[in-house]
Design a protein around this ligand. Structure first.
Ligand code: FAD
Length: 289
């Protein structure tokens, strides 16, 4: 089923994310984690894409497994910055053959050295959106950045390019992680004002270890509020306490979002079924209300 059709149903939607193993050796472990996350019956599970080679095949295979074997809808991520147009088109054709109906169209990070002429690739995610629609009847999602994409000069420009991307046929957006809900509310206001009307799924990352904080800042440039930093300072050296406090913070963020009218939440569960399970048990009554 297309995710956009699910999102039209008047209820709360929860989704999770897994990432494929870098080598084939880790495949079974990822499948076991995915199987447990699927038991929570989320609306969909997204599978990230590591550019090039074996990991991209793993994305397709895990997305197929989620949909076909586990009966949960899947969303296959696809990046285009480090592949030729032909390589990307082949991946789209393969996803279609596997029966995947939902693709998250991403540019990905630009590699320093390309082994092919740079004209031979899709330069922006918006070009990929157009290409995906040419190759099949897919529901297409894309990324957005409440704190601005790190390469953007200003948020006005970022939102202008986001509007161009959505106008090429994006059905829904998923946000980069954020830890301060007011940033999200402000972003929603600005994009609605710019005429972007598609559903926006806030991406919530439960931070369960102090090391994850550093990684998240490096990856997304996100701002950690003082309240969160105090938690990390106090509990960062005690893994169990940090995990409990990180999950509580994420649950608190989700409850605030739902209380303020948000209906769809994407949780960056990162191959950690125990984290997904705890969050869902703490939201069990809330998602029904
Ligand atoms: P784009 O939408 O192309 O935007 C990138 C930058 O280019 C922005 O600054 C934008 O303002 C600018 N821009 C856009 N159009 C134009 C234009 N026409 N002219 C000039 N500038 C323009 N990475 C992975 O490798 N694998 C994943 O699975 C993955 N999943 C992700 C999921 C989510 C929800 C998010 C938020 C990010 C994910 N990423 C993933 C990271 C993403 O690939 C990077 O953030 C990447 O740098 C940008 O990708 P994008 O699709 O947002 O790019």
């Amino acid at each position: 089923m297309k995710i956009i059709d699910k999102l039209k149903e008047d209820r709360i939607h929860i989704s999770f994310e897994v990432f494929p193993p870098k080598t084939n050796a880790g495949f079974d472990k990822v499948l076991r984690a995915t199987n447990r996350i699927a038991e929570l019956k989320p609306d969909f599970i997204s599978v990230t894409y590591g550019a090039g080679g074996g990991t991209s095949k793993n994305t397709a295979e895990i997305a197929r497994h989620i949909k076909e074997d586990l009966g949960v809808e899947s969303l296959a991520h696809l990046t285009c910055a480090s592949s030729t147009k032909d390589e990307v088109i082949n991946v789209i054709k393969n996803l279609k053959e596997l029966g995947i109906e939902n693709i998250l169209a991403l540019r990905g990070d630009i590699p320093e050295n390309l082994s092919f002429p740079s004209e031979d690739r899709f330069r922006h995610a918006s070009e990929l959106v157009t290409e995906i629609h040419k190759n099949g009847d897919f529901c297409v999602g894309a990324a957005c950045y409440p704190e601005g994409h790190p390469e953007s000069q200003c948020s006005k420009e970022d939102i202008r390019f986001l509007k161009e991307k959505v106008d090429r046929g994006v059905d829904f957006l998923t946000t980069q992680m954020f830890f301060e809900n007011d940033i999200h509310y402000n972003f929603l206001y600005r994009i609605r004002e710019a005429g972007i009307t598609v559903p926006v799924l806030p991406g919530i990352m439960p931070i369960t270890s102090a090391a994850q904080i550093k990684r998240s800042v490096e990856l997304s440039g996100t701002v950690f509020p003082r309240r969160f930093l105090a938690i990390a300072d106090r509990f960062g050296d005690c893994p169990e306490a940090m995990q409990q406090a990180g999950i509580a913070y994420a649950v608190d963020q989700i409850i605030d979002l739902l209380a303020n009218g948000v209906r769809n939440i994407h949780i960056y569960s990162m191959n950690k079924p125990e984290v997904a399970e705890t969050i869902m048990s703490q939201l069990s009554e809330i998602v029904k209300c």
